[in-house]
Design a protein around this ligand. Sequence first.
Ligand SMILES: NC(=O)c1ccc[n+]([C@@H]2O[C@H](COP(=O)([O-])OP(=O)(O)OC[C@H]3O[C@@H](n4cnc5c(N)ncnc54)[C@H](OP(=O)(O)O)[C@@H]3O)[C@@H](O)[C@H]2O)c1
Length: 334
Amino acid sequence: MMKAFVLRKETSELQLETLQIPVIGDNDVLIKMKSAALNRRDVWICKGKYAKIEYPAVLGSDGSGIVEKIGNNVSKEWLGQEVVIHPSLNWGENPSAQSKNYSILGMPTQGTLAEYCAVPAENIFPKPVHLSFDEAGAFPLAYLTAYRAVVRQANVLPGHKVLITGIGGGVALAAFDIARALGARVYATTSSDDKLLKFGLLGGNGGAIYTTDNWDSDVMMATNGFDVIIDSAGGPNFNKLTNITVPGGTIAVYGATVGAVPELNLHRIFWKQLKIIGSTMGNTDDFRDMLAFMNTHKLRPVIDSVFTFENTPNAFTRMAASEQFGKIVVRISE
Ligand SMILES: NC(=O)c1ccc[n+]([C@@H]2O[C@H](COP(=O)([O-])OP(=O)(O)OC[C@H]3O[C@@H](n4cnc5c(N)ncnc54)[C@H](OP(=O)(O)O)[C@@H]3O)[C@@H](O)[C@H]2O)c1
């Protein structure tokens, strides 16, 4: 038996329950979890604001741990290995977009906020040796999403001026880490002076507070416009993004935290020949390339806080309040 946090429809709250340890198929592995991390989707699911929610759900898309059992078709070399989990399931054959069978680990499949997690062997990769289990459990979904948005979709190049919105977010900080390693000059928007200061201490080139009226002219003055913008907010500020992108520049969108864009300025988009491109998670090749990039540049996720397994509900409260700067980690076992 194992402990897991379960979300049930009746209560809409996470409860620590005792469940059967998952039974693995021939192509699967069973991982004894060391650390997991939260993503915004976990909070959206708890609030009932996510597509096709299936109950009961064990959430958690990020995790690191040790392979404890392998299926009949899996190489014995994996037994006892320290691994990280690639959270994309059933991406399909088309590298440009996921198939209709695509899902993300942690609803509908059982996720990482449990003492054990079963995944296909093709979804495990060796833990980077320069990272602790907490760091390794924190990066997979955020760095995968950021890598595809920054590298594949937006094609950030050395010397590019890049703006990342909402830098306190897990994916946003990963995008910063990757863009900077590529040799870009990286600016950010955020909600507080404190977060802007933290961004500067990490090596960010500058930025502005997105709740102020003139945040766009402030960053324009400093840069004269951006070659690439990486956005997950949407909302009314999106039109300003099209204003501060250089002609021919790119806006990569991977989320819509704020919501719809009122009166999208199409004239500006076509006249400036802007490229607006969507990005979601990534396939196995993206994950492999991201991991190699991470190992080469010794990238490290920013950890906001580490909660004990029993304190998982408090970790959710922190994320729901958007207080974090970086990833919120849950340490499942020492
Ligand atoms: N398409 C995909 O594959 C994919 C993958 C992961 C996430 N997402 C989506 O991307 C978004 C971020 O995810 P996450 O896991 O990184 O979440 P997160 O760690 O909770 O970060 C969310 C961030 O949004 C920022 N934000 C809030 N209001 C904003 C505004 N008006 N303008 C600019 N930024 C604002 C905040 O930044 P500050 O703290 O700096 O204020 C906050 O930290 C979510 O909407 C999520 O659903 C999509």
